[in-house]
Structures are given as C-alpha cells and as structure tokens.
Design a protein around this ligand. Sequence first.
Ligand SMILES: [Zn+2]
Ligand SMILES: [Zn+2]
Length: 289
Amino acid sequence: MIDLHTHLWPHEPGTALPTYDDLARACEHARSVGVHQIAITEHCHRFEEIAEVALPLWRRDGSPSLQAAADRVWDAERGAHLDEYVALLTAAQDRGLPLLVGLEVDHLPGADEAISSILHGYPFDLLLGSVHWIGAWLFDAYGDPTFGSEWDRRPVEQVWDAYVDAVIELARSGRVDVLAHVDVIKVAGNRPSDVSAFEARLCSALAASDVAVEVSSAGLRKPADELYPSPRLLGLLHDAGVGLTTASDAHQPEQLGDRFDEVYASLRELGVEALTTFTRRQRQRVPLR
Ligand SMILES: [Zn+2]
Ligand SMILES: [Zn+2]
C-alpha cells in the first residue's frame, strides 16, 4: 500500500521540522501496517520563502475578522525553510528510507504563479494540490469560532459552487500532480440536499485535466464521515480513467495508513487495478494487489 499524503510536523507554533530519526520511525511504523511507501507533504504556508511571496499577492476576500483569523494561521505556523526541508527528505531517500519528497500546495488565487516559480527549483517527487481557502475563509477549520461560524452565514450551495470552481481552476493549472481531499468541502458535514451535480461537474473537469486524485481516509475522522472522494464521485472518476493514489493525511505517525482496509476495499470493489505514484514528478503505475 502507498500513503502519499502525510504530515509529521505538528501544527503548533515553534515546532521543529522532523529529524532523520523521526522519518525512519515513521517509515518503520508505516511498514508495520502494510504501507511500503509514504510521501511527506507538509503544507506550503509553513515555509518562510512561500509566505513572504504569497501573502502580498494572495487575493483573499472576506470580513475583517476572517482576514485577521487568516493572518493568525499563517503567523502561527510559518517559520521553516524549504531548502532545509527538501535537503532533509532527499538525504533520507539517499539513506534508503522509502519516502517521497512532497509538499501540499494550497490554491491561493493571485499567488499561485509566484509559488510555482519558487517550487520549480526543488527536486519534488510530487506536489499535492489543495483547496482549503475560499477567500480568507479557512472553511475546514470548523472548530475555530471565526472560521466555523462562517458556515452559518453562507448558503451551502453557494459554498460548494465556489469550492468546485476553485478545484477546477487548480486542476487545470497543471501546477500540481495530485488533488488532495477532492471533496473536502463536506468536511464539517454541510452538504446541499443533492450533491450529484457538483460531483458531475468536478469529475468532467478533472477527467479533462492531467491530475491524479487521492482516495483519502481523512474524511472518516471528520464530521463528513466518508472517504474523500465520496463513493459516487470515486466511481465517476474511476470510470473516467482518472489516476488514483491513496492517502491518510496523517498528522501524526500513528495515523499513517489509517483505515486503509476501508480505502483499499472500496478500490477493489470498483475494480481498480493500479494506483499512480510519482518519482521526481513523473507518473508511475503500481499494481493494486
Ligand atoms: Zn489538506
Ligand atoms: Zn494534508
């Protein structure tokens, strides 16, 4: 099994990047639960080089309280350096750890091009593309009073529409290899009464672009209580020939390969025969056994 979406760096301010020993322990734990390859994919906003360039360019609409909350998130979590992060991961690869050098890249309208040019110079194996922000609203931080209460202010259809637009824009940009948690807009459990039109729109745009999509167990740990993508969307994507990867979105080593029995069972049930993985941003197919 492969887990191409993991974070080993706690989201508390001032925490240090993982060490080689942390990475080795994580790989060992992954192996013990049947995962033979992991990608380390820290969030791009945690790196100074990205924050400095992205913050002045990112067009983030929203109320003053949302803007202030967005600033707080970036201020609290930035501080690492890309050179150091990539050097740590490539050195671990050289020493034989079965990991991929990755990054989770947010779609930040206005700043995307500038972020891509920074990332271009690094030997990433894969870039995950994510939509977490609608303007200055971090919609998946539903536990935060400012971000969470925004769900009560906006019509849910309008929110889903804006989200789907953003994912499609990101997929078409060609800047990322895999779309992470492709229907994470359901994270807090807020869904329109009928999501089929949103899913159909997502699928047809993704099928026409050159991205793979992860099947993630993270939604099972959230109020959404469902894999990302939903069973119906996963079926549509598979029928359309979209490449698939598997992911836990672990935020601690114990979550590596979390509930992969359910992830892999749903893939087998669909008849998926191979997954997609990456080396230095080149796609490879690995048989699903
Ligand atoms: Zn994410
Ligand atoms: Zn993530």
